[in-house]
Every structure is written in C-alpha cells, then in structure tokens.
Design a protein around this ligand. Sequence first.
Ligand code: NDP
Ligand code: MG
Length: 378
Amino acid sequence: MSNCVSILGSTGSIGRQSLEVIAACGMKVAALTANSNVKLLEEQARRFQPKLAVLMDDQAAADLKIRLADTCVQVAGGPEGLLAAASLPQADTVITAVVGMVGLRPTLTAIREGKRIGLANKETLVCAGSLVLEEARDYGAQIIPVDSEHSALFQCLEGNRDRGEVKRLILTCSGGPFYGKTAAELKEMTREDALQHPNWSMGAKITVDSATLMNKGLEVIEAMHLYHMPPEKISVIIHRESIIHSLVEYCDNAMIAQLGAPDMRLPIQYALTWPKRMPGPAKELDLWNCGPLTFGTPDLNTFHCLELALQAARTGGTAGAVLNGANEAAVAQFLAGEIGFLDIGERVDRAMAQIPVVQNPGLEDILAADRAAREAIG
Ligand code: NDP
Ligand code: MG
C-alpha cells in the first residue's frame, strides 16, 4: 500500500485522475511533473503541497518558480528535473503517466531507487520491456500496471502460482471510434474524428492509437513483458462495451475476467492500494442495466497497425522500439494535420521494413532504434 506518491505527468488524463484517487485515499504527494502546463501544475502544487514540482520546458519552469515563490514547493526544469522527481526519497511509489518514450529514463531511475511503479506509460515497456523488467527484478521494485487491461490481467492472475497453468491472456478492445469502417472510409478520417473515443476520455496520442488499434498492439507487447508470455499466448477480442477489462484462460478452460465501469480511477487506485482494496471514487458498475456484452474478432487487414504491432511482438529485440518510435512520430504528424489517418500505418510499416532489428538490446541499442525510427518518419 502506497503512502506517498510522485506523479510523472500529473497534468494529463491519468495524472489528474491519480490525484483524485490520492485525495480520496488520503495519500501524500512527493513530486508532480508536466511538460509545459504551468497553470494546472501551479494549482496542483498549491493543493497537494509536494516537495518538488517539475516542468520539462525550462521557460515554463522559470515561470512556475516565480508563481510558487510564496510556497515551500521546490521547482526544477528539464530532463534532470524529471529524474529528480522520479527518485525523490519521500515517495514510496511513482506513477509514470507521461506520454511516450520520454518516460523510459525516469522509469528506470525510479526502479533503481526500489520504488513501486504504477505504470501507465506503456511506451516504456514496448521499447524496453526486457530491460525494465530485469532491472525491476534486480532492484526489487514492484511494477503494478495502471493500464486497465493489464490491471485486469494482474487481478485475474492473483492466486495463480504456476504460470504454466495459464493457457492464454485475452485482451479486450473496444474497437475505437472507427470500428466497422472500411479502408476507404478510414482514409477520410480527420484528427477531430479520431479524437472521439466512445468509452474513454484520454490524452490525444493514446486516443489516436485507440482509433488505429495500435494501442491494442502496444498492449500485447506490454502484456508479453509484464506477464512473461509469448505473443502466441496473447489474444485480442473486440468487446465494444468496455465492461470486461480482460481475461485469463487457464489450462482447464476456466476463464477468469475482471469487470467494472470504464473508469481509469479503479486501476489507478489498485496500483496504489495493492495488495489491499479500499472504497474509492471509481464508478460502480450497474450490471443489471448495462445491457448485453458482445464479442468479436479484430479486423487486422483494415486496422493494419494492430498487425504491425503483432509482427513486432513476434520479432522481439528492438522491433518494439522501432514500432513505437515510428508510431509516436507519425501520430504527431497526424495530430499536426500533416498526414492522413491511413498514412500512420503506412509510415510505421515502412520504418519497420527499413530498420534492422538488434536482438537482446541494451539501452543504447534501444535509444538508437528509437532515433532511427523517428528519422525514417521524417
Ligand atoms: P496526456 O496527454 O493526457 O498527459 C500526458 C502528461 O505527460 C501530461 O502531464 C504532459 O504535460 C506530460 N508530458 C507530455 N509530453 C511530455 C514530455 N516530453 N516530457 C515530460 N512530460 C510530458 O496522456 P494520458 O494521461 O492519456 O496518457 C499518459 C500515459 O498513460 C500514456 O503512455 C498512455 O498510453 C497511458 N495510458 C493512458 C490511459 C488513459 O486513459 N488516458 C489508459 C491507459 C494507459 P503537459 O500537460 O504539460 O503537456
Ligand atoms: Mg488500455
């Protein structure tokens, strides 16, 4: 159970909901960080009184320092500030809720300090899962997933002593805003269309990933690392209602599922309170009135990004870092209105075909693969 928490990315969707949970559960805050949102970070710092507040953007950090001059909150900027926040001794837990590969170094730093990691930043595991899990084992740091599907799997695996008894992990997928659309229809989809998710309200990057189904592909790789499962033992099932958050199928054909209202505050809270549970702000699931639950098969031809991610999962090595770096760069271009929706998958595909994969990579190989992928996207 966590007592004092640092949040990397506190102004984002996961960060803000983490603070709601922390307030409701009476936990303390050690450090808060953001990229450039001075106004919200100031508000959060005044309310939660952390030791340290960090903005990645140096100019924004200088502004925050002036704004918080009348408080005891220390202010820092840049990547060193982020690492300081990740390693602050007062915190027993670090929630990694920054978006993208920028989360890798601070996550490794927090692990080396033996902190519990509430891991939302899935890109870190997609790029460097083996390295991160190995370090967590070496330093005795617990990694508890915040991603709803992985939190569900974590809960469904509790009590399982022999991983050999697990037949497969089944990740549920809402299908995103473009479920059922043809490739011709997808070609016309705009930034605004992609940012409408039917069940979840999230940051822009993951919302686009949910529309391309890349998000589910990243989650397959995330699950592979978290639960030491080969990709052939992980399946994806379309479940439009987002009520069942994922399932484990055991060797005797029993399936264990975790259900709940689509509300990220539940998996966030469980990452903080595990192994205990306590009442919290997450919505109750009204099973009597939620309507039928439906299941289907994902369309890998139309949603090519999911197929690319499954390919990267099977290849291993730096393939995940290439997939992720190319996807981050292509999604940024799509959000800037520079490329079309289907161009995201095409560009990722091209980068993956171009960049050679290194097996058993060290940190430098991973960073190099990430750079090469971003350069290939242009
Ligand atoms: P948001 O875009 O809402 O928030 C991102 C946070 O990271 C903000 O605090 C932002 O600061 C900060 N940030 C952005 N870029 C940088 C940078 N270069 N350096 C340092 N900080 C940065 O994202 P989400 O909360 O939606 O997602 C966060 C992570 O959690 C992602 O990895 C996502 O895949 C994962 N996740 C999210 C879920 C959700 O429901 N939202 C569900 C499951 C996983 P600022 O506000 O100043 O820009
Ligand atoms: Mg998820």
